[in-house]
Design a protein around this ligand. Structure first.
Ligand code: ZN
Ligand code: ZN
Length: 581
């Protein structure tokens, strides 16, 4: 058994334990679903009129330990629909699932441990006694099945590890993660906001946040321009027919925002840009001499995520892709892939991530119905990527079932400063869309040649990338990315402000982002404020500074102030911005 599977089984088992323990404490409660998730598990409950808070968690944990003593094994058994209906007559949530399984013709299985009967398809630890090192973490509201039309349930989150050491390390990491939560820091640093009137999952970008986004996107564009990319632009909606041809109408249907025009035509907001871009390529017949065609386009996409699934910037309904598509011949795939790979390496180093790990995401041969194309096409494409990674000398983990539905991909994972792994960039080979849209070029013999497509987003969703970046740096961005790079704090508004503003203007004129604190607060307050804004350089501007004496520079993260002339200071800051240190 794989290590991950073992841990998932442990956590899923622990969710059953939580379910039964809550039912013991509050007999009117009804348990809904309780899956293992990344880093833990949760269990949803309809608690009726009972209100619980995080203060109740220790009591529930105690009950769990008590119940555990009475559990010896997990007994899984298949039951007829009638029996399941009877067993769960008291629980409308299980009943709803049972009716669905019945319609789908699925077998229904129950699990029994101690006095607890639950609806479950299996996947438990070998013995309940394996559950030892667990902790309940938090309580949140969650709509039944993530749909806001349904009843709001109470979700209890917990985690469970094979050893006490792993549990402890994880809890320490969670503490640290809480301090870095991008939703909290985004507000404190004034980077983005949400409005009830605009709606959930639709982030709005403040001037500072926009500045940062543009800095990131400009950098990606610089790297692309050097490699022959050209910018394109597209509308955010399309006729239904585009997605019928691409296959998205069928495969993506639930997540599509659909629009009806006054003339009764069906349109959709774009959930991705690839189909639009194929039509830019298809505007003429290209000669092999003009290949590849590389289109870059940073643009917003829209997906109808369920309200319950939304989370800060990491899961949103409107997100910006720094998207690019390369239309090329099969013989050019390797070179184009390697060029994107170089961009990814350069970019992630500059934004402060170490070495990225690489995953080769393949299709799942047992569920071929999830994919477009034929097994032969997939085999060929996957072999090509495998060879490419080998040639680059990179150790690739291969993962079945992680491919996009139109082709295999290479995914890049970053580890953040508190040890969490995030999937960031991805390069995808697409052999299907060119088939569907009949994309060709003219080869050396004057014949039509089927081309392939490479999807290459560097940040992917800028919103999601932003959430990772904020938490990785705890808001203390590298100088080149800081919305305010230098904070100038005049000691006295009457005496020093005018001179400080003049100094700031000089800095701005060479391209540095400077802010002067014009409030009449004490210097101590101003310094504290600038520090919470995580400004990398702070200068207290008083008599000496006005007289042109060397500056005393407060550098973020350093105890000691640095003494330097104005010229030295400007040089240092400019160098740091330019070198993206
Ligand atoms: Zn189970
Ligand atoms: Zn694409």
């Amino acid at each position: 058994m794989k290590q991950n599977e073992h841990v998932d089984h442990l956590r899923h088992s622990c969710a059953h334990l939580l379910a039964f323990s809550v039912l013991q404490l509050w007999p009117e409660a009804k348990n809904a679903i309780g899956p293992a998730v990344e880093n833990g598990f949760y269990q949803d409950f309809d608690l009726g009129d009972v209100k619980i808070s995080e203060n109740d968690l220790p009591k529930i944990e105690e009950k769990m330990r008590e119940v555990l003593k009475t559990w010896d094994s997990f007994e899984i058994r298949e039951v007829p629909v009638e029996k399941a209906r009877e067993d769960f007559a008291w629980n409308p949530y299980k009943r709803e699932l049972i009716e669905e399984f019945a319609v789908q013709g699925k077998t229904i299985t129950e699990t029994k441990q101690g006095d607890f009967l639950d609806l479950c398809k299996g996947g438990h630890s070998e013995s309940p006694k394996d559950i030892k090192h667990f902790k309940l973490l938090s309580i949140a509201g969650a709509y039944w099945r993530g749909n806001e039309k349904n009843k709001m349930l109470t979700r209890i989150y917990g985690t469970c590890f094979p050893t006490q050491e792993e549990l402890k390390a994880h809890l320490t990491m969670l503490e640290e993660a809480k301090k870095r939560d991008h939703r909290k820091l985004g507000k404190e640093l004034d980077l983005f906001t949400f409005s009830d009137l605009v709606g959930p999952g639709l982030p709005l970008w403040t001037p500072r946040g926009t500045l940062l986004r543009l800095a990131l996107d400009e950098f990606v564009w610089e790297l692309r321009r050097e490699r022959g990319y050209m910018r394109v632009e597209i509308p955010h909606i399309t006729k239904k027919e585009l997605y019928e041809t691409s296959g998205h109408w069928a495969k993506f249907s639930e997540e599509l925002f659909k629009i009806k025009t006054r003339e009764g035509h069906e349109f959709a907001m774009k959930p991705m840009n690839c189909p639009h871009h194929t039509q830019i390529y298809a505007r003429k017949l290209w000669s092999y001499r003009e290949m590849p065609q590389r289109y870059a386009n940073t643009t917003m996409c829209y997906r109808d995520e369920q309200t319950g699934e939304l989370h800060g910037l990491s899961r949103v309904r409107s997100f910006t892709q720094d998207d690019a598509h390369v239309f090329c011949r099969r013989s050019q795939v390797k070179e184009e892939f390697l060029a994107v790979w170089d961009i990814i390496d350069t970019f992630y180093r500059a934004v402060g991530f170490g070495e990225l790990s690489v995953r080769l995401s393949l299709h799942d041969p047992d569920h071929f119905e999830k994919y477009l194309g034929t097994p032969e096409i997939w085999q060929e494409a996957e072999d090509q990527l495998r060879k490419l990674a080998q040639e680059r000398g990179v150790v690739c983990k291969e993962e079945k079932g992680e491919a996009a539905f139109y082709g295999p991909k290479i995914d890049f994972m970053a580890v953040d400063s508190i040890g969490r792994r995030w999937q960031v960039a991805t390069i995808q080979l697409d052999i299907n869309l060119p088939e569907r849209f009949d994309l060709v070029c003219v080869d050396e013999q004057g014949k039509h040649e089927r081309i392939v497509m490479i999807h290459a987003a560097i940040m992917g969703s800028i919103e999601r990338f932003f959430s990772i970046l904020i938490e990785h740096h705890a808001g203390a961005f590298p100088v080149w990315l800081s919305p305010v790079q230098i904070g100038i704090l005049p000691v006295s508004v009457e005496k020093h402000l005018q001179n400080a503003v003049e100094f700031a203007e000089k800095l701005r004129s060479v391209g540095v982002r400077v802010e002067v604190d014009e409030t009449a607060e004490t210097v101590g307050n101003k310094i504290r404020k600038a520090a919470t804004q995580k400004i990398p350089y702070i200068i207290v501007f008083g008599d000496k500074e006005m007289a042109g004496e060397p500056l005393m520079v407060r550098i973020r993260g350093k105890e000691e102030q640095a003494k330097m002339s104005r010229e030295e200071f400007v040089d240092q800051v400019l160098r740091e911005i330019q070198e993206k240190k």
